[in-house]
Design a protein around this ligand. Sequence first.
Ligand code: TRP
Length: 330
Amino acid sequence: MVKQTVLTGIKATGELHLGNYIGAIKPALQIAKHENVNPMYFIADYHALTKVHEQQTLQEYSYGIAAAWLALGLNPKRCLFYRQSDIPEIFELVWILSCFSSKGLMNRAHAYKAIKEQNIDQGYDKDDGVNMGIFSYPILMAADILLFQAKEVPVGRDQIQHIEIARDIATSFNSQYGNVFTLPQSRVSEQAVLPGLDGRKMSKSYGNTIPLFAQKDIMKKLINKIMTDSSKPNERKDPDQSTIFTIYKEFATNEQTEKMRQQFYDGISWGEAKQELFSIVSETLEEPRVIYNEFMTDKAQLDRILQEGAERARDIAVPFLKEVKKTIGL
Ligand code: TRP
């Protein structure tokens, strides 16, 4: 059986929240369990560097993300788990790919385009605050993917365009040299978007998140802040319109979900519903929180795991890059 390489990068920018867990981490861990895939998940620390220019912050973010994924169930024996910055071959490939990426393609990449348009709106120079890392971000991402001949790339909707760009770059290279690169495909998880405290999508940019490994009392306080309507205790409530229920069902078994649904119809009070939500979330995260904290106090252990992953990844990257270089005449 030929296993398909499924690869994704995790950008290390900031504290993880419940929305990241439900929307990205959990589905990715699910995919990694399938027998017919060869999962490769990595910390995209060089992508983070396009924005994070502070030594300690960058370090803490990278370790935090690595610890969280391991704590939530990533098995590094089964899934190649590594840091992008430990694979120098990615950068040789970045330059090669740059020479096959039209500048116009980069101009159209949405992250750059958004900054540019904002600059123009505000009357600044269009490239104000844009470093070359931001501009060529999609090329680094293409190198991440193409170096390992990944077929499927699980991502959020906002990253689809980047995978398309990686395909474009690979196609332009292949049309000159034959089928060297595998064309990647994005795989967007069906997972519902988790609502945040104010009912909008849970997102750091809205400031409405519940951090994944928050202290229990803080998590409780935050859950108590979830917006509800003004219906009274004993009044029938619509579970499908409720942020509390929507989050609850992502952590509950089917049976628990149906029971809670009935309780909504029976008029559970918002206070009780929040209590139930807090219990199930904190119970689910109890053990991962312990493991997470252990890793964060033993970073040498994290380094060991990530470096081992990088070594195994380089076993694939080194010979493939050699082939690519030979093909182009280097
Ligand atoms: N840009 C992605 C994000 O912000 C992270 C990422 C970096 C990535 N390299 C990748 C995702 C390669 C998939 C494949 O989420």
